[in-house]
Write a protein that binds this ligand. Structure first.
Ligand code: NDP
Length: 390
């Protein structure tokens, strides 16, 4: 029996992961399930899958979780330290699907145990790529990407000589506003931004898709995972979202990965890797689809994308600062304190400010330094937004 844990079990990726695990209960022993505010779902899944422990990120919800698990034999715990402890429990396979920088420490702890880490939480590689890869290398852990684009690249590279890779193309749906007039974007609301044209995902990543901050994170993630230079990573808008990524090789060949919009493919691939097993996803009907279209993204519609290349060029801990400032700007947009197009401007100004004090960004790639620059970038983002309101 494989021991598995799911971090972020109550979210979109977590629920898809549980769907796959629950189809073969005899094959898995569930160690830990974690969530945040959705105690009812967390407790119901922990009971159903007979997990060893359920953990909520919110310490104030511990009594609620204990009540919901009463009589089940499932342990209950709460708070960031409990999340890190849960990740230290021996497990063969760990899904990292907490949203945001909060997913970093549990992912690193799982890698320290030598687990296979199915990585949906893209922030881990953006903020701490070299540290995560070093931790996996030192402790015998393995990282399998779950982001559909990176899973696609990973699959296209299987059996290939990585030195023969010329470029990687990540596709993007273009998000909720890809066809809106540019001037209308300034008045876009969180509700409008949280409607994705093709994928069904959590609120934050859906808004990040509309702004392309999500694709910006993915560009940095691809650079870390596949050891690419910035000019080897291209982004194309592909409204049908059927081609998830393409890899171009030095002989001119391009390998594309296609599939339906169902994250259970990438999750299932990571769950069964290195094998391929049957998965309950629809099959692509290309004849019914008729055509696949691609176009280059417009820089003025998607300023976040340019920031990703700036972050790669800057190096050091710029990715951690970028992600933290983005999370803060997204919080403010969701709370209607800034506009949709202000998010990229706020993040750019935070990067300007940190560039002016380079000691932080150039600090060594250690967890304490990453946590420190994350905190600093959030404070800088708050300052930038406060100044804008004056
Ligand atoms: P959701 O918002 O649906 O779920 C997020 C999960 O994280 C929930 O379990 C939530 O708990 C939990 N959570 C929220 N805040 C915290 C916190 N501070 N500490 C610990 N846990 C927390 O997100 P998604 O499933 O959409 O995305 C998860 C990750 O996967 C993100 O990094 C995203 O970028 C990435 N990803 C997602 C894809 C998708 O299709 N959804 C595709 C590719 C990557 P609760 O809901 O109980 O509050």
């Amino acid at each position: 029996m494989r021991r598995v844990s799911v971090f972020g079990a109550t979210g979109s990726i977590g629920q898809n992961t549980i769907d796959l695990i629950a189809r073969a209960p005899e094959a898995y022993r569930v160690v830990a399930l974690t969530g945040g505010q959705n105690i009812a779902r967390l407790a119901a899944d922990a009971r159903r899958l007979n997990a060893e422990i359920a953990v909520t990120a919110d310490e104030a919800r511990l009594d609620d979780l204990r009540d919901a698990l009463a009589g089940s034999g499932v342990g209950a715990a709460a708070g960031p330290i409990a999340l890190a402890e849960a990740a230290c429990r021996p497990a063969d396979w760990v899904m990292s699907a907490i949203v945001g920088a909060a997913g970093l420490v549990p992912g690193l702890k799982a890698l320290e145990q030598g687990a296979t880490l199915a990585l949906a939480n893209k922030e881990t590689l953006v903020a701490a790529g070299p540290l995560a890869l070093r931790t996996a290398h030192t402790h015998g852990g393995t990282i399998i990407p779950v982001d559909s684009e990176h899973s696609a690249v990973f699959q296209a590279l299987t059996g290939e000589d990585r030195r023969a890779v010329e470029r990687v193309t990540l596709t993007a749906s273009g998000g909720a506003f890809r066809d809106w007039p540019l001037e209308k974007l300034h008045s876009a609301t969180p509700e409008q931004a949280a409607t994705h044209p093709t994928w069904d995902m959590g609120q934050r990543i859906t808004i990040d898709s509309a702004s392309m901050f999500n694709k910006a994170l993915e560009v940095i993630e691809a650079k870390e995972l596949f050891h690419l230079a910035a000019d080897q990573i291209e982004v194309l808008i592909h409204p049908e979202s059927r081609v998830h990524a393409l890899v171009g090789f030095t002989d001119g060949a391009i390998m594309a990965h296609l599939g339906v919009h169902d994250m259970r493919h990438a999750i299932g691939y990571a769950l069964h890797w290195p094998e391929r097993r049957a998965l309950p996803v629809d099959r692509l009907d290309l004849a019914a689809l008729g055509q696949l279209t691609f176009r280059a993204p417009e820089a003025d519609r998607y300023p976040a994308l340019g920031l990703a290349y700036r972050v790669i060029a800057r190096g050091g801990l710029a990715g951690a600062a970028f992600n933290a400032a983005k999370e803060r700007a997204l919080d403010a947009f969701i709370a209607r304190r800034i506009g949709f197009m202000d998010m990229a401007e706020v993040v750019a100004r935070v990067l300007d400010r940190l560039d002016a004090a380079p000691g932080h960004i150039d600090a060594p790639f250690e967890l304490d330094n990453i946590v420190a620059i994350d905190h600093l970038a959030r404070c800088e983002a708050d300052r930038v937004m406060a100044q804008r309101q004056q």
